[in-house]
Design a protein around this ligand. Structure first.
Ligand SMILES: NC(=O)c1ccc[n+]([C@@H]2O[C@H](COP(=O)([O-])OP(=O)(O)OC[C@H]3O[C@@H](n4cnc5c(N)ncnc54)[C@H](OP(=O)(O)O)[C@@H]3O)[C@@H](O)[C@H]2O)c1
Length: 338
């Protein structure tokens, strides 16, 4: 094992959840040490994402309790297990995510595999770097899917999200028509100020007719659905024949409800998207180019707006605030001061 810079303590503060849906408690736990292929990251910052809320509620990813939540973040690699990649990452500022079922980023240190960390470019802050892996890569993946599928236009819902705003900037710069669906008029105004051309409010009485007409006029055959539930049925019905609906989250908490007739009679498809699985199939060369493109756009098209920062010990308050202000920008937990 090699260390750099920091004397690694035996104990650290970590947020722990003891049962699904249970409270978060700041506890002292043992600092894990890296084995072969692993690195120890001294954590700096971590956002609260919808996937964290799903994880805290239980039933989203398999895990044993108690555990430390937090699915992405940033920090410095302070210790490396054996292997070339861990050694290359030692001392680097990195964006990081935990391995499957492992403790996460809401702690003083996180142990993960060296393949789960990516160096943060010098021009990007630790705060922005903490949000580098999930949304920016997903937004870029959606753009790639639009290209590969030769889709002329795209529909996205929950479009006032950080990811939705990235997608707006990416598609505007490439002249790809994007139909944004939000759920109130404030969000319509916010997205129009960003330059979005087509913004529909799902609560408007004319929503379904407007969506159908616009989707068919623009030939929007790539339908990105983060809401699911009843909205999937509306989207599938409105989209032109041959469309693909990509379910990428379950914000409504509801299962997908859809008329099989749309799939059978109109050649429409429904598929799921998870960034990790999508990347798994890609070649090493594709991945390297893809990550390099994402990094270059991190301070522009793929930047995340931070609404508020909280220290780790106020995570419960941060999460409660986030639940009520999701469209206003990211909530970031600052861990470096622990
Ligand atoms: N599959 C993947 O690999 C992958 C990767 C990245 C992101 N995602 C998903 O992408 C989505 C956006 O992520 P983000 O971090 O950008 O989110 P975010 O910035 O935290 O914003 C969440 C958005 O979802 C909206 N929302 C919440 N519940 C909703 C509901 N029931 N119906 C309609 N809209 C709802 C919120 O609107 P209000 O302000 O009105 O509540 C807000 O605009 C999330 O669902 C996330 O899980 C998936």
């Amino acid at each position: 094992m090699m260390t750099k810079g920091t004397k690694i303590p035996d104990q650290m503060a970590a947020l722990r959840q003891h049962k699904a849906g249970g409270p978060l408690q700041l506890e002292q736990v043992r600092v894990p040490r890296p084995g072969p292929g692993e690195v120890l990251v001294r954590m700096e910052a971590s956002p609260v994402n919808p996937s964290d809320l799903a994880l805290l509620a239980g039933g989203y990813l398999e895990r044993s309790y108690p555990f430390t939540p937090g699915l992405e973040g940033s920090g410095t690699v302070v210790e490396a297990g054996s292997g070339l990649l861990p050694r290359l990452r030692l001392g680097k500022r990195v964006a990081c995510s935990p391995g499957h079922g492992s403790d996460g980023t809401w702690a003083g240190f996180m142990l993960t595999t060296a393949t789960n960390v990516a160096p943060i470019p010098a021009h990007v802050s630790m705060e922005q770097g903490s949000m580098m892996l999930v949304n920016p890569m997903t937004a870029m993946a959606f753009l790639q899917m639009a290209r590969e599928g030769k889709h002329r236009a795209v529909i996205n819902n929950a479009a006032a999200s950080s990811l939705g705003k990235m997608l707006i900037r990416l598609t505007l710069n490439r002249d790809i028509p994007l139909i944004n669906i939000v759920r109130n008029e404030t969000q319509v105004e916010t997205l129009k100020k960003l330059g979005a051309v087509h913004v529909l409010n799902s609560q408007s009485p004319s929503f379904i007719e407007e969506l159908k007409s616009l989707a068919r006029t623009l030939n929007a055959t790539l339908v990105l659905d983060a809401v699911t539930g009843n909205q999937s049925a509306l989207l599938l019905d409105a989209a032109p024949p041959g469309s693909t609906l990509v379910a990428y989250a379950r914000l409504s908490g509801e299962p997908i409800k859809a008329d099989p007739g749309a799939l059978i009679g109109e050649g429409k498809k429904m598929v799921g998207f998870q960034l990790g699985y999508w990347l798994q199939d890609k070649s090493l060369l594709f991945k390297l180019r893809f990550i390099s493109k994402v990094k270059k756009a991190l301070d522009r098209e793929l930047a995340s707006t931070v609404n508020r920062s909280y220290p780790l010990e106020r995570a419960e308050e941060a999460i409660a605030y986030y639940r009520e202000h999701m469209s206003d920008g990211k909530i970031v937990l600052q861990i470096g001061s622990l």
